[in-house]
Design a protein around this ligand. Structure first.
Ligand code: ADP
Ligand code: ASP
Ligand code: MG
Length: 818
């Protein structure tokens, strides 16, 4: 025989009930004897509880809820039953509902709802659902009979969560089934005392009912039918990538359920385990899927851990004091007083110094726990030996579970490393000596991030996800988004990496999607559906998402965004940016950002600040970190100035060359913003700082290139007029160089802790001599590269190469984060 249990969602509507009855009918057709346990229709138990609460508050709106419950059951009968069968069913259900109404009216008048009345109240859920299912089964020609479990399942009088009196219950069930051969449709969850007062087995208790019947009847298997594909690696509501487990041991299932996996009610496992009856968790809505089999010896699977579970809301209590050290009996008194007050401990840790004991409890018990502990230790507290209790609220427990964890080194290393990188603070740690469970206590706000991070680390090394937030979607940002869109399928295939753009914003609009923004029409969607944006609003929203492996990309040249970096890094989010304003701005702020990144174990990277996509800063760091000493840096660091001086040859005039450069879009709208050397000065400043020389922009010597009249000109047009008048001056410079066998180059330099930028004449022996187009070139003279400096050359400007540089940086980041 098999015992099948169907949860609330499986019997939540007439369509679902039809599916359930099909399952029963199929077993019946193949002559497998079954008994069925059912929950209340989904949502009904909650509604009953709420209704009781309202009535006890003398709030008449409980009547509305009663009406809703009535309508749900009436409608279900009308959907399922043929007209000729309806009136009898409607009358019987109405009778039950009248009884319920009388009970509620009493509660309303008395303004009081005891646990005893609550149990009676919620029992209507299962009684109603099972009545209807049985009626429908009969109509479909199945030989079924309704069984009110209160007749057989006996408990003590702890209302709300009765303790099952197993011997008498098992005896009752065996007796009953001897004489009742039809398929029994059994009410889950409900039970009664020896005085026949209604009790319940605790919320979610229908699973337990099934297990009790399965064990009593020596079933070959107990099937728990629910709305997901069995037991998944973790809660699918929190982690979208959770997947179904094919097998697990009773112990693993116990750990998972005790630590919050709602899919099985924890006490369920005990009766099945004792009788070694396998449990199978299956999906009513995916019948062909075999689900999860729970048994004694289960396949241990391919992963180090079996599953991850969590308890969302707990309070953490800490009892500490110097007087506790070495004093025997503190813990026994502590746990004794908690036990005497029925306060259940979820987790305990004690430091080996014995200076403090820390434990987790249900928040509902928090105030009571504090009171009784402080009473118990009143003398020690007054004597200053114990400091009293500290209660931390809004905490969660996350546990990793699995038989494979025992005696396997490295699991906690892996766990804590990933938590650290994602800025998740661990408040307490506990590992059972079985090593089958490692639990951590974290702040509730981090729960989703924690579950996703751990899941990624232990289960999904196949595809890692980076969650990216982009500010600035102009030329560079827009190009980057398109590059990511095009490259994502290949990254996923070849590098097991998925880049989710979770947020994007320009100065006007922002949009988010924690599963990744659809990138096909991102521009149009942002304009039509985006929300009003602000830099701080965007950053706050990103922090609120609290996603693992988050990266903030600043593709603006905006100082306001840079001000937000501090907050970003503090929240353990890495930064990658082509924006030069942080790395070449205020030195103290820049250093602070670097140390914040180090402290929070995230990256603050800006490779594209110099030479766009060329590996300029990375190479410098590689040289430095491998012990080389940087003696000199020289570079043509501006694509614009490179183009201008490479094109300024015989038979051209300087003003024409600048004009052409402007027409080709190589210059800023006012070319003086390039010719004034400021941009190049910022770049050599960034490289100098990278070498460890603390310079500021004022320290860079900028040798002016333009005659004063050009600088003073009021408009761009006036500037070009002045520039034309200065052609002779530039021509003279060019000829002078030419006669000496040299060419003009705008060069940045750093040597002996001093940096400068300016126009220079270089001869053929200088690598800058042969530059052409708008290429950048950087040469590093070091201890190792002394005679022939290390030279990096290539296109150093343009949206494509800059975006590609940022893209490469994001991919490098993935090696550190996930
Ligand atoms: P039922 O009404 O069928 O008893 P429950 O709602 O009590 O169903 O339990 C099933 C739900 O448990 C799933 O829908 C899922 O959201 C949640 N759940 C939490 N953790 C897990 C897990 N590790 N595996 C499967 N489901 C889980
Ligand atoms: N209907 C009860 C509840 O919602 C029992 C169960 O569904 O298992 O808690
Ligand atoms: Mg359940």
């Amino acid at each position: 025989m098999k015992v099948l249990k169907f949860g609330g969602t499986s019997v939540g509507s007439s369509d679902s009930i039809k599916k359930v009855v099909d399952i029963i009918a199929d077993y019946s057709a193949e002559n497998t004897h079954v008994a069925m346990v059912s929950s209340a229709m989904s949502g009904v138990t909650n509604k009953l509880v709420l209704m009781g609460h309202k009535a006890s508050q003398n709030d008449e709106s409980y009547l509305g809820l009663l009406k809703e419950i009535e309508e749900l059951h009436f409608d279900t009968i009308k959907d399922l039953l043929k007209v000729k069968n309806q009136s009898h069913a409607l009358a019987s259900v109405k009778k039950m509902l009248n009884e319920l109404e009388d009970l509620m009216h009493g509660v309303f008048l008395l303004k009081e709802l005891s646990l005893r009345s609550t149990d009676l109240l919620v029992s209507f859920g299962e009684r109603l659902s099972c009545y209807i299912i049985n009626a429908y089964c009969n109509q479909q020609g199945l030989e079924t009979a309704l069984l009110d479990a209160r007749q057989l399942v006996k408990t003590d009088d702890r209302f709300g969560k009765g303790r099952v009196l197993m011997d008498v219950t098992v005896k009752n069930i065996k007796e009953y089934f001897k004489t009742h051969r039809q398929i029994q449709i059994i009410t889950g969850f409900i039970s009664s005392t020896d005085k026949n007062e209604t009790t319940t087995l605790g919320r979610g208790g229908s699973d337990y009912t099934a297990s009790i019947f399965g064990a009593a009847l020596n079933a070959e298997e107990i099937e728990i039918w629910t709305d997901v594909d069995g037991v998944l690696t973790t809660d699918p509501r929190q982690v979208k990538k959770a997947f179904s487990l094919s097998e697990m041991t009773y112990e693993e299932a116990m750990e998972m359920s005790h630590f919050g996996a709602k899919v099985i009610y924890p006490p369920t496992l005990q009766p099945a385990f004792q009788k070694k009856i396998p449990l199978r968790i299956r999906n009513t809505f995916n019948r062909d899927f075999k689900g999860t089999l729970i048994k004694s010896l289960a396949d241990s699977g391919d992963y180090l851990v079996k599953g991850i579970s969590s308890i969302r809301d707990i309070s953490l209590i800490n009892l500490q004091g110097s007087g506790m050290v070495g004093v025997a009996g503190v813990s026994s008194r502590l746990f004794g007083v908690l036990a005497n007050n029925n306060i259940n401990l979820i987790l305990i840790t004690q430091a080996s110094s014995e200076h403090s004991i820390c434990f987790a409890i249900d928040p509902a018990d928090g105030a009571l726990a504090k009171k009784v502990i402080e009473e118990e230790f009143q003398r020690e507290i007054e004597a200053g030996k114990i400091d009293g209790t500290i209660v931390e609220e809004h905490m969660s427990i996350v546990a990793i579970i699995g038989e494979n964890m025992a005696h396997t080194p490295g699991i906690s290393g892996k766990l804590f490393n990933s938590l650290g990188k994602n800025g998740i603070n661990v408040a307490a740690i506990a590992q059972g000596s079985s090593e089958r469970n490692l639990s951590i206590v974290i702040s509730q706000k981090d729960i989703s991030k924690t579950l996703n991070t751990i899941h990624e680390v232990f289960f999904l090394s196949d595809v890692n996800t980076l969650n990216v937030f982009i500010v600035g979607i102009g030329l560079i940002g827009g190009t980057l988004i398109n590059q990511i869109r095009e490259q994502n399928p290949k990254l996923e295939k070849d590098h097991a990496l998925k880049i989710n753009i979770v947020g994007m914003t320009n100065s006007k609009k922002m949009m988010f999607n924690d599963e990744g923004i659809e990138l096909d029409n991102w521009k149009e969607n942002l304009i039509s559906d985006g929300d009003i944006s602000s830099v701080s609003g965007f950053i706050d929203k990103m922090i609120e998402f609290n996603l693992q492996n988050s990266v903030f990309i600043d593709c603006t040249s905006n100082a306001e965004v840079v001000k937000g970096y501090e907050k970003v890094l503090k929240h353990s989010i890495s930064i990658s940016t082509p924006n030069k304003l942080a790395s070449s701005g205020d030195l103290i702020y820049f250093k602070k950002l670097k140390s914040l990144a180090a402290k929070n174990d995230v990256k603050f990277w800006y490779e594209t600040n110099v030479g766009a996509g060329l590996p300029v800063i990375t190479t410098l760091n590689d040289l430095k970190n491998s012990g080389d000493k940087i003696l000199k840096i020289e570079g043509v660091l501006s694509g614009t100035l490179s183009y201008i001086f490479n094109s300024f040859v015989e038979e051209t005039t300087f003003s024409d060359v600048v004009k052409t450069a402007k027409e080709k879009g190589f210059t800023e709208p006012d070319p003086r913003d390039d010719l004034n050397g400021m941009d190049v000065a910022r770049k050599i400043l960034i490289l100098s700082r990278e070498v460890g020389i603390d310079l500021s922009l004022e320290d860079i010597e900028i040798k002016n290139l333009l005659p004063q009249s050009c600088i003073d000109a009021k408009s761009v047009e006036a500037f070009f007029n002045e520039l034309e008048k200065s052609n002779d001056y530039f021509e003279k410079l060019r000829i002078g160089a030419y006669k000496a066998g040299k060419v003009l180059r705008f060069v940045a330099k750093m040597e002996n802790s001093k940096a400068s930028v300016g126009l220079e004449s270089v001869d053929q022996s200088n690598p800058f001599y042969g530059l052409d187009g708008s290429d950048n070139m950087i040469s590093y003279t070091t201890d190792r590269y002394l005679e022939r400096p290390l030279v990096i050359k290539g296109p150093g400007a343009g949206a494509e190469v800059t975006a590609a540089g940022v893209f490469a940086e994001i991919i490098s980041l993935s090696h550190f984060l996930v």
